[in-house]
Write a new protein. Structure first.
Length: 191
């Protein structure tokens, strides 16, 4: 899945370099003349911080290898969304939530409410940031940094404006065997 994502990023005109944050002990599993590899950390934020040390550009993109259906068009679109607004700190790929969302809690999973989905978006990657803004956001400490599920959360927490670039559900996250099968079918259909 890393190779699928890297191939899509390599096809982007705006990309100057690629850095992979590899799981500890797997740094040597990746490589290539145009690919930097750093050791990932014990949290998502630590992995991003490690990779960010190798970045010297004004903009930086974060992409999860768990989203192997990335297209160069989506990547370039997120970059363009950020570049178009000089006051924004970042831009993310996202899709409108289409399911009805229920709030439930406790042991019994009794529904306590229905969330208005009209303003809800499901965040994806790539997420593109002004490098200085992401570095500043990563400096926040404590549990907030360790519990983030995406970098936009960090940038939002320090007051940065993050924009949405509409994506498609095809940019799915592979977390189950079914997701992997769907991703393989969609990739095969592209060929």
């Amino acid at each position: 899945m890393v190779e699928w994502s890297v191939d899509a990023v390599r096809a982007c005109e705006t990309v100057r370099s690629i850095v992979v944050a590899a799981p500890p002990g797997h740094v040597h599993d990746f490589g290539g003349h145009d690919l930097g590899v750093v050791a990932g950390g014990d949290t998502r934020a630590r992995s991003v911080a490690n990779a960010l040390e190798a970045v010297g550009t004004e903009l930086v993109a974060i992409h999860d290898a768990a989203r192997p259906l990335l297209t160069p068009e989506l990547f370039e679109g997120v970059v363009a969304t950020l570049v178009a607004d000089p006051d924004a700190a970042g831009a993310i790929a996202a899709v409108p939530v289409v399911d009805t969302i229920k709030r439930a809690g406790g042991v019994s999973n009794v529904i306590s409410g229905t969330v208005d989905r009209s303003q809800l978006w499901a965040a994806q990657t790539p997420q593109v940031f002004r490098t200085a803004a992401l570095r500043a956001a990563l400096e926040i400490g404590g549990e907030a940094r360790n519990s983030v599920t995406d970098e936009a959360m960090l940038v939002e927490a320090v007051g940065g404006t993050v924009l949405i670039h509409p994506a498609t559900p095809e940019n799915l996250k592979v977390t189950t065997p079914l997701d992997l099968r769907v991703a393989e079918l969609l990739l095969a259909a592209r060929s």
